[in-house]
Design a protein. Structure first.
Length: 278
């Protein structure tokens, strides 16, 4: 059965095993993933090196084509991750392109959902801190707001982040419509349990977000007269967020599918064997 399951995920995995499987797949398929990362990092990095007088204008102009490209490459990276044998870059891109409309739709909806949850947490923190500031002063208000924001982050954002992460691999690999993919992502995160979902979300945050923060902080301390570092920064950031991020999201989605829909997978595999005369 394991040879027929995507990425070799043939049983439920612990959080540590998910991280280990993700690293293993990224290392084994780094060449194909690197091509996809370069397809995003090189044009964007060169564009950032131009350094116009109004860089925010450049960011706004490049935002739409950047998102359009990322969606395609992320879907292709999910295909590369899940295949029992890594496909060529062309084949992965062709598969992702065939589902591009659904990928783009769920990308927009999922990240709007995640952003709204984040804004809700921030609003709750401000709303709680405001009366505290009136009664006890600014320092107390900051402390209370920070506590509320931290609680909101732990309770709500990890689960919302999991939904946003796994919905694109679901579309890319399972050929579901946007609405069904979103419903599937919510169901899988709900089935995994509140605390496991939070722990998994926090672990993935540490695995993916923490390195990006380190890269950003390092870039801020680099001499701005070294524009070539902009390209290096973009490459490293995309390698984590696009390359490794797609691998992690795909493994998590497949693990949740096996954990809660394993009987359906076994039945499907048995039917395939019958059709092939095995």
């Amino acid at each position: 059965m394991s040879a027929q399951l995507p990425a070799g995920v043939d049983r439920p995995l612990s959080i540590a095993e998910i991280a280990d499987r993700s690293v293993t797949l990224a290392v084994r398929r780094w060449r194909t993933l690197l091509v996809l990362v370069l397809a995003e990092a090189v044009p964007v990095g060169i564009l950032r090196m131009v350094r116009p007088e109004r860089p925010e204008a450049l960011m706004l102009v490049s935002l739409v084509p950047d998102i359009a490209l990322v969606v395609l490459l992320y879907g292709a990276a999910a295909v590369v991750t899940a295949a029992p044998e890594p496909p060529s870059v062309t084949a992965a891109l062709r598969t992702a392109a065939s589902r591009y409309g659904a990928l783009l739709a769920v990308f927009i909806v999922a990240w709007l959902y995640f952003s709204l949850i984040g804004l809700g947490v921030a609003f709750a923190a401000v709303l709680t801190a405001a009366p505290v500031a009136a009664m006890f002063g600014r320092t107390a208000a900051i402390a209370v707001g920070a506590v509320v924001a931290l609680l909101g982050f732990v309770l709500f954002l990890p689960r919302a982040g999991l939904v946003a992460m796994i919905v694109m691999p679901i579309v890319a690999l399972e050929e579901r419509s946007p609405s069904k993919a979103l419903a599937t992502a919510f169901r899988r995160v709900r089935n995994t349990g509140q605390w496991r979902a939070r722990l998994l979300g926090l672990a993935m945050c540490a695995l993916l977000v923490a390195p990006l923060v380190v890269i950003a902080l390092t870039a801020d301390n680099v001499d701005p007269k070294l524009p070539a570092f902009t390209l290096v920064e973009e490459l490293l950031s995309d390698a984590i967020s696009l390359g490794f991020g797609a691998v992690v999201a795909t493994v998590i989605s497949l693990e949740m599918r096996v954990r809660y829909e394993g009987a359906d997978l076994e039945l499907g595999a048995a039917r395939n064997n019958v059709h092939r005369g095995e």
